[in-house]
Design a protein around this ligand. Structure first.
Ligand code: FAD
Length: 438
């Protein structure tokens, strides 16, 4: 069995890795493997070019890292300092404790927070009296508005989801993005009651996980075990024998199976000559871009305590920065004591340095220019799970199941986070193993 994997981001490389463990050879095509994942060291600071961590609650990334023999490199976020600020009318306000994403589960922090007015606080309290209801998929904004009111959309859902999905809660699907709470609404009526009844026992572990030497070390370890052709796959066509041909580097190369792990947007044109409807479904998934500006300062230039993981800026208050992480506080050992590092995330891939730097300087009360400023732009990198996403993916997957030897993996289908991507690659490898066994 010869397998081609188009796209060598974390999804494609995970697929290649698990195929290899099953004794199945694969070739990965990618002009720039790793996608947004990479690590640089500047001024003694460990910096990520794209993702910096993943949610510990999802096991697949950690399992891959242990399978690779890198378990000792796993590190947790510095949760003793876990505190996130939200900007409201130019002031930093701490996100109340006890939030499960957009759902409050503790009374006093909500009562005491200046983030919400009394109207929202009363709605949050009264939400526990809702009766179970089965409602169709709708936008996260409609869902949160219905349960907690407009202020919770603007100062909770919008900034929290914008940082993860790079999209607006008015467009994102609650069934895809907050599936647990969507289910609680049907089971309990109240999502607060659902969250309280299903609260996981505290594991004592940190909420975010990362790698001591950065995400680049994971990509390097996977790439070292993978046969990578550094080039694009330009076309795919059926071969006469039931297999597939890939056109890359000016030649047609035969394979028995192909995994498209190059993003839904890049997979659509490759799939169009094979199944037009699947290509249409792929192309209908919008993608937003993102930009990360990282600024390094002497700690003495920053005239504010770095007593938290960073801050979120709701769209009402936003100029250039959507979210900013204080790397030296969130991660122990990444930033020397005398330095401060700010990782500023924006969904405008072309956001200018001047606008980000000016806003950061003002908000953090910084004097003088940075020691270094780095930018990594990722246009069209974040698929948007818009309302109806799950229905469209179900149709796509039922069509793909009828095309033997052709598979999809990646961040556009069942989760955008790194653990979800690893799982999608592993699942595609599992499907190919079954094909071999049949
Ligand atoms: C700035 C940023 C920050 C993020 N932060 C986090 C985070 O902190 N935690 C988290 O869990 N997730 C985070 N994410 C999400 C997560 O990183 C991505 O969803 C994940 O890396 C996507 O992996 P992938 O392999 O599916 O796709 P990609 O990494 O996009 O890989 C697709 C690959 O396909 C290649 N390709 C495209 N077309 C072709 C072609 N025709 N032929 C060959 N190759 C092709 C591309 O070069 C690319 O390398 C972040 C994403 C971004 C952009």
């Amino acid at each position: 069995m010869r397998v081609a994997i188009v796209g060598g981001g974390i999804s494609g490389l995970s697929c290649a890795y698990y195929l290899r463990r099953a004794g199945i050879g694969a070739i990965v095509f990618d002009p720039a493997p790793g996608g947004p994942m990479g690590t640089e060291t500047v001024e003694g600071c460990l910096l990520e070019t794209g993702p910096e961590s993943w949610l510990a609650a999802k096991p697949w990334a950690e399992q891959l890292i242990r399978d690779l023999g890198m378990g000792d490199d796993l590190v947790g976020s510095n949760d003793a300092q876990r505190r996130t600020y939200v900007l409201r009318q130019g002031r930093f306000i701490v996100l109340p404790e006890g939030l499960q994403m957009v759902v409050p589960t503790r009374v006093m922090p909500v009562v005491e927070t200046p983030l919400f007015g009394w109207g929202t606080k009363l709605r949050m309290g009264a939400e526990i009296f809702r009766s179970p209801k089965t409602l169709p998929d709708r936008s996260v904004a409609d869902f949160v508005r219905d349960h907690f009111g407009q202020e919770a959309v603007e100062y909770l859902a919008e900034p929290l989801l914008a940082g993860v999905y790079g999209g607006s809660p008015e467009d994102l699907s609650v069934a895809s993005v907050l599936p647990r709470f969507f289910e609680y609404e049907q089971r309990y009526g109240s999502v607060v009651v659902g969250a309280l009844r299903n609260k996981p026992p505290s594991s004592g572990r940190s909420i975010f996980r990362a790698l001591r030497r950065g995400m680049g070390s994971l990509i390097d370890a996977l790439a070292a075990e993978t046969n990578i052709v550094r080039g694009r796959a330009d076309s795919i066509a059926p071969a006469g024998n039931g297999g597939w041909m890939i056109y890359a580097r000016d030649e047609w190369i035969p394979f028995d199976a192909v995994v498209l792990a190059c993003g839904a947007n890049n997979s659509a044109p490759l799939l169009a000559p094979i199944d037009a409807r699947s290509a249409e479904l792929l192309a209908s998934i919008p993608h937003s871009g993102s930009s990360i500006w990282t600024f390094i300062y002497q700690r003495s230039q920053v005239n504010r305590a770095l007593d938290g993981f960073g801050f979120l800026v709701p769209s009402r208050e936003r100029t250039a920065i959507m979210a900013c992480t204080w790397i030296g506080t969130k991660w122990v050992g990444r930033v020397p004591e005398d330095k401060a590092v700010f990782r500023c995330f924006s969904t405008n891939a072309n956001v200018s340095r001047d606008s980000v730097e000016a806003e950061l300087t003002r908000l953090m009360n910084i004097t003088g220019p940075p020691l270094a400023a780095l930018n990594h732009r990722w246009p069209d990198s974040m698929p948007q799970y818009t309302v109806g996403h799950m229905g469209r993916i179900a149709e796509l997957e039922s069509r793909m199941a009828r095309i033997p030897g052709l598979f999809l993996a990646g961040n556009a289908y069942h989760g955008i986070g790194i653990p979800d991507c690893v799982k999608s690659g592993k699942d595609a490898a599992g499907a190919i193993e079954k094909l071999v066994a049949a």
